[in-house]
Design a protein around this ligand. Structure first.
Ligand SMILES: *[C@@H]1O[C@H](CO)[C@@H](O)[C@H](O)[C@H]1NC(C)=O
Ligand SMILES: *[C@@H]1O[C@H](CO)[C@@H](O)[C@H](O)[C@H]1NC(C)=O
Ligand SMILES: *[C@@H]1O[C@H](CO)[C@@H](O)[C@H](O)[C@H]1NC(C)=O
Ligand SMILES: *[C@@H]1O[C@H](CO)[C@@H](O)[C@H](O)[C@H]1NC(C)=O
Ligand SMILES: *[C@@H]1O[C@H](CO)[C@@H](O)[C@H](O)[C@H]1NC(C)=O
Ligand SMILES: [Zn+2]
Length: 944
């Protein structure tokens, strides 16, 4: 949800390095960003200053229980503007009208009805007692002028407990043009290369979390589940899709009325419909009719085929896994030109940003298939976790998002076993969550309901903690109680609560039941509360001399005190006696025999099943590092990556020497696996950000150039011929090799990139691009970085004329790689013009520019000057992106100043986090600069 910014960037990308610009850093694309982005709809203005303070309680009273809605919605939108010779204004209208009748049960006698409505003109209310069929007189109807969005209807007579009532309301509203609620999406007909660029229109909905109330007045809370019986009235040349299959349709006065079957009982945020001219591609399933919808041209060109290939398989995998069939008879997925999220799991009608769902043979990167499977698997998992069983309130959104994230890696492995990328995705989630959760400003997975009330508070819950930490603590529990026991508990949980709402203790109860049935003792709730009710996570320290283990909270700011304790399952591997599971439930445990009895090394958190970091006594670190250098395969590949990540983060928190962290990268000279390289590049990215404006940078580049030489050579034959390896993780690493080598000045790499780009630029047919799709992103960026105006203009021209989403995304990113200030500055100005850079792409474009050391200062000035416009995207992401390099007192003051002056809306949490991070950066630089410089100098006086 986060908003808009989901940008297609994502699409381009898992594994496609971003930042080439910034020194060698290969960054995997951040999945939660996209989802989050999707989940973070445009921040809404806070009303605090303009209206009276919101009431303390923004929750609906529970005295009325909605049961079903009969809804008519009439959209006047045209799919195409029809120009009449003498009509100057376009014949298009955003108006929608409608009416709804909600049937509800009265649980407690009352004289007023509260429900939600926003941005709607509501009229003609009628309340009826459905038992007696008598109307009840209304004395007053008013909208509350605050963030509650309450529509209050006062009655002259009481509604009696135990009786059934109905409320009819007619209403009017506008289709929104900023991707919220019921919104307009546009695209050009004549894709891909036609000259006929007729603009086409469609309408879609995106209601999570609180926008159902902008479509029709309703009880807009996830626990107020009901049946929805929907009819859409629209132009006759268009087709409506809804959550359910069409029951009947017909023409009335030139309007087509599409009436859908009633939905299952579900939450309001899952309601969806689209009105478009899109066409379907079927996906195979033995019972469910699955179709993938896209613009007709994309369907005809086969771009929906990959999604169609995997969707049916994923659905069947979940049905088998959960032993509960998908509930509906149909499942539509639609690739939308505009969506404020990566995707949205509406029951039976999943919406996707088309960049995420479409795959173009010969144009899309092979790696994009991973993204498609991963996101489709995420959304399909929600059909159970979220749609069938829903969290009671948004304060526990992790029960939706954590499960969907957890399940999607399992499904990915099932549907594309040859990709072998599950470990890579898990490591990605782990690093994302551990990073965020080491800040004191992080939040627990489960928050008290009363702390989450306003829409902006709700939106802030859709973050890396809910998505990734949620998934990882589930994975840790599954490992601790055994996968088969965990799976059994989940089945019981889903089955017990189908169509209902839950909180975490409902889940722990069923997993506990499975544990007990299996003869186990783990107190699941007690253990898991230490992970879900407090924020953060521990670092455990293992002392192999004494056999002692202890724990304390891991915080970047190590001066903060914490008394939190966790119940930690620790998988330990020793070089002589295999693995063992050790529990640490107190501050420290003395002399675990398994740990103390060995002379050589001990490795804890085997395969990274635990959500914590590990530190060791110096001797054990040294033994582990020599093992890595002599025979690294004795250490599982996930741990090779994690040792590096832990060491760097412990150093950042001043628990470990920064030189020890740097030493963990020494073995990479011979490493070909992606996970350790990714870990290194990501961790050194912080060094790049902190030092690329200083004298440390030269020696650092020399070191990295030396480290990456073998890796670059390993792929050279392939790269020189624009070919790729078979294995997906090696495909990722080929890109890393090019990115690191070129960004750190390996001449043969820069030359190769320049030649490849030149070939394209100078070809007779510039539509014929011989650069392999996997390599395009990194080659474009490196060539633009090495080039000047000519390369930039060529890329810009290609960006503007290409109708291929993935190509556009790669070019949009590459354009930020130039070293020329004037080009970057002009590029920033382009983000203000939606004809040049679409609003949904503004956040990521500015963040790309800020990542480039040459564009960092420009971007900061720019967002301050144009905050009102640019924050319509994802303001939080923008702040996070633009302030990443901040490491001086002056920059800190500027940021604080910005915080006091601007109306930050949903970005205010991000600004607080940024301020905290900048303080940490300032201190870190002052403490480490000299040591780091010396270390790099000492490692680089030899070759190159
Ligand atoms: C506008 O065009 C219509 C036909 O489309 C014609 O009947 C009408 O007279 C025109 N009006 C003017 C003011 O030209
Ligand atoms: C333009 O809109 C008006 C009002 O809805 C309608 O009467 C007219 O027929 C439309 N013209 C065309 C060409 O669709
Ligand atoms: C609700 O809207 C539908 C479609 O416009 C209309 O047919 C119906 O009469 C309306 N219901 C009432 C009670 O006005
Ligand atoms: C979809 O599956 C078919 C049949 O297995 C295969 O031939 C085709 O290449 C697949 N399409 C894509 C884009 O993977
Ligand atoms: C490990 O234990 C030994 C013996 O008590 C102690 O001297 C040493 O400082 C400990 N190391 C760490 C890292 O705690
Ligand atoms: Zn989700």
């Amino acid at each position: 949800m986060p908003k808009t910014s989901t940008s297609k960037a994502f699409a381009a990308a898992f594994g496609i390095l971003t930042a080439s610009v910034i020194g060698s850093i290969v960054t995997m694309i951040i999945l939660y960003e996209t989802e989050i982005a999707t989940m973070n709809p445009t921040p809404r203005p806070t009303l605090a200053t303009t209206t009276m303070a919101p009431p303390p309680i923004m929750r609906l009273p529970t005295n009325l229980v909605p049961e079903n809605y009969r809804i008519f919605l009439h959209l006047h939108l045209y799919s195409k503007i029809i120009e009449e010779v003498n009509v100057t204004t376009p014949n298009q209208t955003m108006l929608f009208t409608g009416n709804s009748t909600v049937h509800f049960y009265c649980a407690e006698t009352t004289r007023s009805i509260y429900l939600h409505s926003r941005d709607l003109r509501v009229y003609d209310p009628l309340v009826k007692n459905e038992n007696t069929k008598k109307n009840i007189e209304i004395s007053n109807m008013k909208h509350h002028a605050d963030e509650s969005d309450f529509l209050e209807i006062q009655l002259t007579d009481k509604l009696e407990a135990g009786m059934n009532y109905s409320l009819f309301l007619a209403f009017k509203g506008q289709i929104s043009q900023n991707l919220q609620a019921l919104y307009l999406s546009t695209y050009n007909e004549g894709f891909p290369h036609s000259k006929d660029n007729t603009e086409r229109f469609l309408a879609s909905t995106h209601l999570q979390p609180t926008d159902a109330r902008r479509l029709f007045p309703c009880f807009d809370e996830p626990e107020m589940k009901a049946v929805f019986d929907v009819s859409i009235i629209h132009r006759e040349n268009m087709m409506a899709l809804g959550n359910e299959a069409v029951a009947d349709s017909g023409l009335i006065d030139n309007w087509e009325v599409t009436h859908f079957h009633p939905t299952p009982k579900m939450s309001t945020y899952l309601l969806a419909f689209t009105v478009s001219e899109f066409t379907p591609t079927p996906s195979e399933h033995d019972r469910v009719k699955i179709q993938i919808f896209a613009r007709p041209e994309a369907t005809d060109a086969g771009h929906t085929q990959y999604a169609a290939n995997v969707t049916g398989k994923i659905l069947m995998f979940y049905e088998k896994q959960f032993e509960i069939s998908y509930l509906l008879k149909k499942l539509d997925q639609i690739a939308l030109p505009d969506l404020s999220a990566v995707a949205m799991e509406n029951w039976g009608l999943i919406t996707y940003d088309e960049g995420v769902l479409l795959y173009e043979e010969g144009v899309s990167s092979q790696l994009h298939k991973e993204t498609i499977s991963y996101i489709v698997a995420h959304e399909l998992a929600h059909q159970w976790f979220g749609n069938l069983v829903t969290m009671k309130w948004w304060s526990e959104i992790w029960l939706n998002e954590g499960f969907a994230t957890y399940m999607s890696t399992l499904a990915l492995d099932e549907v594309e076993p040859t990709f072998k990328v599950r470990d890579m995705y898990i490591m990605h989630e782990l690093h994302g969550a551990l990073e965020q959760d080491a800040l004191a400003s992080s939040h627990p997975l489960s928050v008290p309901q009363e702390n989450i009330q306003s829409t902006s508070q709700i939106i802030e819950m859709f973050d890396v903690i809910s998505y990734y930490k949620g998934a990882l603590v589930l994975r840790m529990l599954a490992d601790a109680v055994e996968q088969r026991v965990f799976d059994k508990g989940l089945k019981m949980y889903l089955s017990a609560f189908r169509h209902g709402n839950t909180d975490q203790d409902d889940l722990w109860g069923y997993i506990r039941k499975a544990v007990v049935d299996d003869g186990g003792h783990t107190d699941v709730a007690e253990t898991m509360h230490t992970w879900t009710n407090q924020n953060g996570y521990p670092v455990i320290t293992i002392n192999t001399t004494t056999g002692e283990i202890d724990q304390k909270q891991f915080l970047f700011n190590s001066s903060l005190d914490s008394s939190f304790l966790w119940h930690i399952p620790i998988r330990v591997l020793s070089n002589t006696s295999g693995t063992s599971l050790v529990w640490l439930k107190t501050r420290s445990a003395v002399k675990d025999p398994f740990i103390s009895k060995h002379g050589e090394w001990i490795l804890a958190n085997v395969n990274c099943t635990g959500y914590y970091r590990v530190n060791y006594n110096p001797d054990n670190w040294i033994n582990l590092l020599s093992q890595l250098e002599s025979n690294r395969n004795r250490i599982p590949v996930m741990n090779r990556g994690q040792l590096i990540d832990d060491a760097f983060h412990l150093a950042r928190a001043k628990i470990l020497d920064v030189t020890l962290a740097l030493n963990t990268t020494w073995f990479l000279r011979d490493e070909k696996e992606y996970i350790p390289w990714e870990s290194t590049v990501r961790n050194l990215e912080y060094f790049v950000l902190m030092f690329d404006r200083s004298e440390v940078y030269g020696p650092m580049q020399l070191y990295l150039r030396a480290q990456v030489k073998n890796l670059y050579s390993y792929f050279r034959n392939l790269t020189d011929n624009s070919e790729i390896p078979v294995d997906h993780s090696l495909q990722h690493n080929q890109i890393t090799a090019i990115d690191v080598a070129c960004s750190n000045g390996l001449q043969e790499c820069i030359q190769r990139a320049t030649w490849m780009f030149d070939d394209w630029m100078n070809g007779n047919d510039t539509n014929a691009n011989s650069i392999h799709p996997n390599l395009r992103s990194v080659i474009y960026c490196q060539a633009v970085a090495a080039g000047g105006k000519k390369e930039w203009e060529f890329a810009w021209n290609k960006f503007q004329t290409s109708s291929k989403t993935s190509e556009k995304d790669q070019l949009r990113k590459a354009l930020s790689c130039t070293k020329k200030i004037w080009l970057l500055s002009r590029y920033l100005d382009y983000t203000l013009d939606p004809e040049k850079i679409r609003l949904m792409d503004v956040t990521s474009t500015i963040n790309y520019i800020a990542t480039n050391v040459a564009g960092h200062g420009l971007a900061w000035n720019f967002i301050r000057a144009h905050w009102d416009y640019v924050s319509q995207g994802d303001g939080a992401k923008l702040i996070e992106g633009v302030t990443r390099r901040f490491s001086t007192q002056f920059e800190l003051e500027e940021l604080k100043d910005f915080a006091t002056k601007s109306d930050l809306g949903a970005a205010s949490g991000a600004v607080d986090q940024a301020i905290e991070q900048v303080k940490v950066n300032i201190q870190w630089v002052s403490e480490n600069k000299d040591t780091v410089l010396e270390w790099f100098l000492s490692r680089t006086d030899d070759d190159i």
